[in-house]
Design a protein around this ligand. Structure first.
Ligand SMILES: [Cu+2]
Length: 150
């Protein structure tokens, strides 16, 4: 009767406990989210990389979010190289992203419906780039920023 509920849940709970129990045993402390030492586990270092926001932009993925009427970038200073801009329209109307600068002549993401996202890879060189929304009137309303590469 009620035991059917419990038996369905218990294996999951036990597995979760076992998984939690194994981690401290492996690294010797109770810190589960921030691995203190290098525990020679490639999986844990990979997941740490995805969650960190990195002080210096040596990573090659840049999250851009667009709203009315603003473009948000995690950093605006880069070193030369290829970058993939992951653009998300977090606003309530259609937006797009355009990048214009050395070696990147008006690259456009294409229009993004509210909630939509896309990515655009560009190779940045030394100099400065205009980043803006090419939808009519949006740039003038504030959807523009500059990034510097050096
Ligand atoms: Cu826009």
């Amino acid at each position: 009767m009620t035991t059917t509920h419990l038996t369905a849940r218990q294996p999951l709970a036990l597995m979760a406990l076992a998984a939690i129990g194994l981690l401290p045993a492996a690294c010797g402390s109770s810190g589960s989210s921030s691995a203190s030492g290098v525990s020679s586990s490639p999986a844990s270092s990979a997941s740490a990389m995805t969650s960190t926001g990195g002080a210096s932009m040596s990573g090659r993925s840049v999250k851009v979010s667009e709203t009315e009427f603003m473009i948000s970038l995690p950093v605006t200073t880069f070193t030369p190289g290829p970058y993939t801009f992951s653009i998300t329209n977090k606003g309530t109307i259609t937006h797009a992203l355009e990048i214009d600068g050395p070696g990147v002549p008006d690259r456009t993401s294409g229009t993004l419906s509210p909630g939509a996202s896309t990515s655009m890879t560009v190779t940045l060189r030394k100099g400065s780039y205009d980043v803006y929304c090419p939808v009519d009137g949006h740039k003038a309303r504030g959807m523009q920023t500059k990034i510097t590469v050096h």
